[in-house]
Write a protein that binds this ligand. Structure first.
Ligand code: HEC
Ligand code: HEC
Ligand code: HEC
Length: 276
């Protein structure tokens, strides 16, 4: 192997391990972050700190543009207090912060140096973006995505795990389909009644997280009931084509819509962080 060859190989290896390291780092959130989210905390403290900082940064920049120094002072004090609190909340993220920029900004405000205030506030905003690029979406997925592990569905007095109930739903749905295909219309009628009762039980489980009726109504409400009625009529008429179309519509309205809201996120979260 020539020396050049060996050198290139080493370079490639180094590049790969850097990439792997970056990926590993990106997929890891410090445990201490969890302390600032429900259920470990009573409130979503982290997120509210963030919303506050965005407001404070905007106010600071708008007052700076107006040349209103007392406005600048008020809002930069608030912003810097929150900004400096971040490494106390999550010590592992100390390096993500530009604490020197914060000190410089404080100094510039004390000196009433508007051009410097403007440029330093932009520098600070860049440090927000840096941390967001690496961690923002991961934190939202980890701490704010609905997890269904402990949700139970109650059917005829029996408690079944939400995650197991899925399989019954899909089997019942397919049984309607198969029965219609094979013109076993009595079976189709029984299966559609089972399906309706299962959806009802399923819908009751939404209340384990949703206090309001609307989310359930959007997915399992009047439109879905009308669709199921249509399906029953099609089966009664032994209309193979309309049964198929009606089933497809129900699957989209009920299953695909809720999957768009809940399933994809729950599964990405699980893929990245495991089942807990
Ligand atoms: C050390 C990391 C870090 C730094 C620095 C940081 N953030 Fe964040 N920020 C986060 C994380 C993590 C989230 C995701 C929180 C969530 O969605 O639950 C977030 C979310 C946000 C959100 C909510 C975004 C949305 O629309 O959902 C805002 C607003 C925000 N940050 C503003 C700021 C501002 C302004 C700064 C700088 C002054 C800043 N952040 C600095 C980590 C950071
Ligand atoms: C494990 C908790 C949990 C369960 C169980 C749950 N959801 Fe949600 N759902 C959430 C969270 C969290 C959101 C995000 C916004 C919010 O809090 O409303 C959400 C949002 C939604 C939304 C979008 C917001 C809206 O109001 O339209 C719909 C639709 C929805 N859920 C439907 C359902 C249906 C239907 C069920 C029952 C079959 C259900 N959810 C069960 C936690 C849950
Ligand atoms: C709350 C709204 C919601 C509704 C309504 C819903 N699902 Fe799901 N479904 C989910 C969630 C969330 C997951 C992922 C669960 C997980 O793994 O964490 C899922 C996963 C699944 C899976 C994969 C199960 C597995 O682990 O292999 C199947 C199959 C499924 N759903 C079928 C259906 C069918 C069929 C319907 C319609 C009759 C339906 N679902 C309606 C939320 C819903």
């Amino acid at each position: 192997m020539s020396r050049l060859h060996r050198c290139l190989m080493l370079l490639t290896l180094a590049l790969f391990s850097c990439q792997a390291l970056a990926q590993e780092q990106a997929n890891t959130l410090p445990d201490s972050l969890g302390k600032w989210y429900k259920p470990q905390n009573k409130r979503q403290v982290w997120l509210h700190t963030m919303f506050a900082m965005r407001r404070e940064l905007q106010a600071l920049q708008e007052y700076a543009d107006e040349g209103d120094l007392s406005g600048v002072k008020k809002w930069s004090d608030k912003l810097l207090k929150h900004y400096r609190h971040i490494p106390e909340m999550v010590p592992e993220w100390q390096d993500e912060l530009e604490l020197e920029t914060a000190t410089d900004l404080e100094q510039a405000v004390a000196n009433a140096d508007l051009p410097r205030i403007k440029s330093l506030s932009r520098d600070l905003a860049r440090s927000c973006k840096g941390c967001h690029r690496d961690f923002r979406v991961l934190a939202a997925l980890r701490y704010r995505t609905a997890v269904f592990n402990d949700v139970m569905v109650s059917e005829n007095g029996q408690q079944i795990k939400f995650l197991d109930f899925k399989h019954e739903l899909i089997r019942t749905l397919n049984r309607i389909n198969i029965s219609a295909e094979d013109a076993r219309w009595d079976n189709a009628t029984t299966a559609v009644e089972q399906f309706e009762s299962k959806l009802d039980a399923y819908g009751n489980s939404c209340a384990s997280c949703h206090d309001d009726k609307e989310p359930r109504e959007r997915i399992l409400g009047a439109a879905t009931a009308a669709g199921l009625e249509h399906l029953k009529q099609a089966i009664k008429r032994q209309d193979h084509k309309d049964t198929g179309r009606s089933l497809g519509e129900t699957a989209v309205n009920v299953c695909a819509r809720c999957h768009g809201v809940h399933r994809t996120l729950a599964e990405i979260r699980q893929q990245l962080f495991g089942a807990d």
